[in-house]
Design a binder for this molecule. Structure first.
Ligand code: AR6
Length: 178
């Protein structure tokens, strides 16, 4: 990876709610109804106002389509100002445009961050939990999308990939050569 890009990407292991940054990305569902995994952790950290805001958004847009993203405040979540909610694809074997849809989650989330001139954005490994996307293929798609975006945009200045599981964390570090 070239030096400039390298200095703009970090790979961490841990809980995304403990990362300090301008925005964290939530692996949401189309109803923005909260759930388990990252979504549950983010809703718990942000408090009930987030749930209310999500209801308002769904009233307006009906549902959040796979690969799309919306932004809300982070409410009570410490060290974070914004939450960007995106819906990853459910893995169905790889022939249902899963890669394209997963790349879109990263690109649309980053486009929102760029528009707001946010400095730092943290992503979980979208779709790799209950949506069953294999973690290696998921990181390959995510990394390509993020690098492509950062090359063309000055904001966000920094992207942080946050992994919960050691295998995914180790793979990402090796793959990104960080
Ligand atoms: N911090 C960082 N990573 C986490 C955390 C955490 N606190 N918790 C889990 N992970 P998932 P999806 C990892 O299932 O596959 C929800 O119910 C986890 O190990 O959270 O996109 C939504 O409401 C996994 O690698 O998201 C949707 O219905 C990765 O985050 C659905 O799940 C993603 O796992 C979305 O499924």
């Amino acid at each position: 990876m070239d030096f400039n890009l390298c200095s703009r990407i970090s790979i961490l292991k841990g809980d995304i709610v403990n990362v300090s940054c301008d925005a964290v990305v939530n692996a949401a569902n189309p109803a923005l109804a909260g759930g388990g995994g990252v979504d549950g952790a983010i809703h718990r950290a942000a408090g009930p106002a987030l749930y209310e805001k999500c209801r308002e958004i769904i009233k307006e847009i009906g549902r959040l389509e796979t690969g799309e993203a919306v932004i809300t405040p982070a409410y009570e979540m410490k060290g974070v100002s914004w939450i960007i909610h995106t819906v990853g694809p459910v893995w169905r074997g790889g022939n249902y445009r899963e890669r394209e849809k997963l790349a879109s989650c990263y690109e649309k989330s980053l486009a929102i961050a760029a528009e707001k001139k946010l400095k730092s954005v943290a992503f979980p490994a979208i779709s790799t939990g209950v949506y069953f996307y294999p973690y290696k293929e998921a990181f390959d798609a995510a990394f390509e999308a993020v690098c492509g975006f950062l090359k063309k945009n000055d904001f966000p200045q920094k992207v942080i990939f946050v992994f919960y599981e050691n295998s995914a964390f180790e793979y990402a570090k090796k793959r990104a050569a960080l």
